[in-house]
Design a protein around this ligand. Structure first.
Ligand SMILES: [Zn+2]
Length: 249
């Protein structure tokens, strides 16, 4: 099998999913000179605000802030992402082309059907990309590792990543989606709401409140300021348990 070309590829259903759930880890890895990328399945055209063009520009700006070296959008139908062979192969083609060593998928417990479809399609695509006889352009390739980013529904995690030094930059990446979240300040967002624009988050909160609360809470679980949560399906193998971080008592 060919050598990896990208270190990490994050796959998400809608532009901004990746920033909100895995932005900190992607920034951290890019700062360590790892090659990172994002694959968005839809353009998020069912969202209440913004148009295609705006959202595309916002996604490219966010990619720059995250330090990504690759970003592509498959333009599947938003809110109608189907779990079928054709969609699996569209993702598998990108896996073969970009050859990521590790893939980040949405966790398998989800509220939005597109997020669940993305989880299932992404896993199957990683598998199919390695089949020699499948009718698909490019060399067979399979990522070594798949990790699952926590959205909101799952409350058990395999590990947490310390993003204390990356949190501020993560907020900037999400704020790039101005059509969705307004400017990165409380006042502008409140004004949007007062102008009759619907709040797509919980009443009285902004995406920035939500991220702060959630990443801060996850950080508290591990004794750091901010963290992101991930799950894996296999076990973690450790050489020396005495070097495991996070105090028990
Ligand atoms: Zn989404």
């Amino acid at each position: 099998m060919a050598e990896p070309k990208l270190d990490i590829l994050a796959i998400g259903a809608h532009p901004d999913d990746i920033e909100i759930t895995s932005g900190g880890l992607l920034i951290k890895m890019a700062r360590e000179k790892r090659l990172t990328g994002a694959l968005d399945l839809t353009r998020g055209e069912m969202g209440t605000y913004g148009n295609d063009k705006e959202r595309e520009q916002e996604a490219m700006l966010a990619a720059e802030i995250l330090g990504l070296t690759f970003r592509e959008n498959l333009a599947l139908k938003d809110s109608a992402v189907e779990y079928n062979q054709a969609n699996k192969l569209k993702i598998a083609r990108v896996i073969r082309e970009m050859r990521p060593e590790m893939v980040i998928l949405p966790h398998w417990q989800q509220r939005h059907p597109d997020h669940l479809a993305c989880n299932r399609l992404g896993f199957d695509a990683c598998f199919l990309a390695g089949l020699k006889k499948i009718d698909l352009e490019g060399e067979p390739y399979r990522p070594r590792k798949i990790i699952y980013a926590s959205y909101y529904r799952n409350t058990e995690y395999s590990f947490l990543v310390d993003i204390s030094d990356e949190f501020e930059q993560k907020v900037k990446a999400v704020a790039a989606y101005k059509s969705q979240f307004g400017d990165n300040d409380e006042k502008t967002f409140r004004e949007m709401l007062e102008n009759g624009q619907k709040n797509i988050f919980h009443p009285g909160t902004t995406i920035f409140d939500t991220m702060h609360t959630r990443n801060h809470y996850l950080g508290l679980l591990a004794g750091v300021k901010y963290a992101e949560a991930y799950s894996i399906k296999e076990n973690i193998l450790i050489d020396d348990p005495q070097k495991m971080p996070v105090r028990s008592i």
